[in-house]
Design a binder for this molecule. Structure first.
Ligand code: ACO
Length: 323
């Protein structure tokens, strides 16, 4: 069977760091409140003129380098973002051009915080359908541009960043011992769209708008909803939480991550958490965490890795893969 194997990864955070103390000078908040409720200690913020495509490009270059591949060997770019450079064209085509690639296809996927899981699932489907052999999957965001910096209930939670993986077609036996994506499960339910949304857009207000959120509702659903897609992954592969080597969830906040792992019976030492360093970077958060754990030697070849995300829409999903 055709499998989609991850052959490289990379990530990038803009240089400028905003600490909790910095934020406490902008809104009525404190380091203590933010750390206690979210685990977040700092976030990175893009410089003026530094766009989502710029962060994506750096992450993509690092992923190519780690895979030992040249940009010309890539036939598809799928970029997940909720903060594109422009309403159109897709940010993926800017990355494609900036990598000097003038062949193949590039497009964006939009599922907010679940974007990377959606994009990786799309790449896997393309590869298994024979539409792509080598696909760059990127999650990149500049949420700093859509935050209401006077609203302490949201502005402390998010940050900017990018992560990327290179996915390549490979041959597998069709068992869970194969390297690559083993199973993916995506869900959405638009009845919840007003719990986390941006109050603007080209077809509604003609403006960009700001992020609005019912924090408590999102928290409740984030922990509750992901269980089904994880159990679907176990069912499809005959695996259990015990079999996982690593659980790499969307990095929204530490309380959600810890509560989810506990509910799923995943041991704390198997959970990769990086949210403390960069806040919630939406579609970039899973590849940022994955790249960290690969580079520090935690995630090793043949490890069983569960990726999981939940975000605006609501959208949610899981990808089980063997590294
Ligand atoms: N600093 C200080 N006080 C604050 C801040 C802040 N930054 N923000 C809110 N407060 C205050 C509130 O005004 C409230 O005060 P009050 O009691 O006087 O009214 C008090 O703190 C408690 O507010 P709650 O909203 O009830 O606090 P809660 O314990 O629910 O924590 C939080 C809020 C952290 C947002 C939590 O609900 C949460 O984690 N929600 C999930 C949100 C999330 O991660 N979204 C990311 C996008 S979705 C995703 O990626 C899954």
């Amino acid at each position: 069977v055709i499998r989609s194997t991850v052959t490289g990864c990379g990530s990038f955070l803009p240089e400028k760091i905003l600490t909790n103390d910095d934020l406490s000078k902008m809104v009525d908040t404190s380091d203590e409140w933010i750390v206690q409720r979210t685990g977040i200690q700092q976030r990175h913020v893009a410089a003026e003129g530094q766009m989502t495509s710029d962060l994506a490009l750096e992450a993509a270059k690092r992923a190519l380098e780690s895979a030992g591949r040249d940009a010309q060997e890539i036939d598809t770019i799928i970029l997940a973002t909720a903060t594109p450079d422009n309403t159109f064209p897709a940010t993926a085509v800017t990355v494609q051009a900036n990598l000097g690639i003038y062949h193949g296809a590039a497009f964006d996927v939009h599922a907010v915080c679940s974007g990377f899981v959606y994009a990786l699932t799309t790449a896997d489907a393309y590869i298994r359908a024979g539409l792509s052999k080598r696909c760059l999957v990127i999650g990149a965001e500049t949420f700093s541009r859509i935050l209401d910096w006077t609203d302490r209930t949201t502005c402390v939670l998010f940050g900017d960043g990018a992560g990327a993986v290179l996915v390549e077609a490979s041959e597998g036996e069709g068992t869970t011992a194969d390297r690559g994506v083993l199973t993916s499960h995506l869900r959405s339910d638009g009845r919840h769209k007003e719990k986390l949304f941006v109050d603007g857009g080209p077809s509604s207000t003609g403006t960009v708008g700001h992020l609005r959120m019912e924090g408590r509702e999102v928290y409740k659903h984030a922990v509750g909803m992901i269980t089904d897609v994880i159990e679907d992954a176990y069912k499809a592969t005959g695996t259990t939480s015990e079999d996982l080597d690593w659980f790499i969830p969307h990095q929204a906040n530490k309380r959600i991550i810890d509560a989810s792992a506990k509910k799923l019976g995943i041991a704390p030492e198997k959970v990769v958490t990086t949210v403390q360093h960069h806040g919630n970077t939406s579609a970039a958060s899973i590849p940022l965490a994955l790249d960290t754990a690969v580079r520090d030697g935690r995630v090793k070849k043949n490890d069983l890795v569960m990726l999981e995300a939940m975000g605006g829409g609501f959208t949610w999903g899981s990808v089980l893969l063997r590294w």
